[in-house]
Design a protein around this ligand. Sequence first.
Ligand SMILES: O=P(O)(O)OC[C@H]1O[C@](O)(CO)[C@@H](O)[C@@H]1O
Length: 245
Amino acid sequence: MKVKVVKDYEEMSQEAAYFLEDEVKNNPASKLGLATGGTPRGTYHHLVKGYRERGVDYSQVTTFNLDEYVNLPRNHEQSYHTFMEKHLFSHIPFHATYLPNGQAEDLEAECAAYEKLIETEGPPDVQLLGIGENGHIGFNEPGASFGSTTHIAELTDTTRQANARFFSSLEEVPKQAITMGISSILKSKKILLLVSGSAKEAAIERLLTGEVDEGFPASVLYRHADVTLIVDEDAYRKDVDESGG
Ligand SMILES: O=P(O)(O)OC[C@H]1O[C@](O)(CO)[C@@H](O)[C@@H]1O
């Protein structure tokens, strides 16, 4: 795992945008795996800026999102469809963009179809990831099998409480989501993990021990050959050992 410590959220976001832009410049038909939540929002802001100011061309780029809440209408202001539209897709024309459908009548069939899509249209050249305070990646919560493919995840209380800041109350936060599984995520050729803020300090400390176990999903990233972590100073403690893996 390559670890890059940056000053703050802004610098993390700019660095991440440059990383993705380089990928697209080197391969105009890149496939990008995208994430939602507070972490990647600044990255998308910089991608949009790069598109407008530096003319980065996304017309051949295909995107795949990690996850979507179950049973939240697609046009709900907190659905991940809405998030992506608001922060990225309405600003940059991509060749194709994909998210799981959390309102599918047959959710199991939707999971299987999304996994198939990743296999046939993907895998992503780069997968952008954030990390939950409990170590989740996508919505793969602690205990999720490292062999998991796209599936329906039950969200833990920690995750629902963390995401309640986006809703008017905790009760409104969905209890389930469709998420790419851990094995789906590991198929990406490169992984870019972004971490910012003191709330993630304990998660980073645990990640950087290098110990791999299903109780801490992000630790599986040590089994991938090309992971870059960009972490800001608030999330990173200098006394941790980053040699693991
Ligand atoms: O970025 P946040 O809002 O702290 O959330 C952490 C991670 O959890 C998820 O929201 C779960 O999908 C990721 O997309 C995100 O990066």
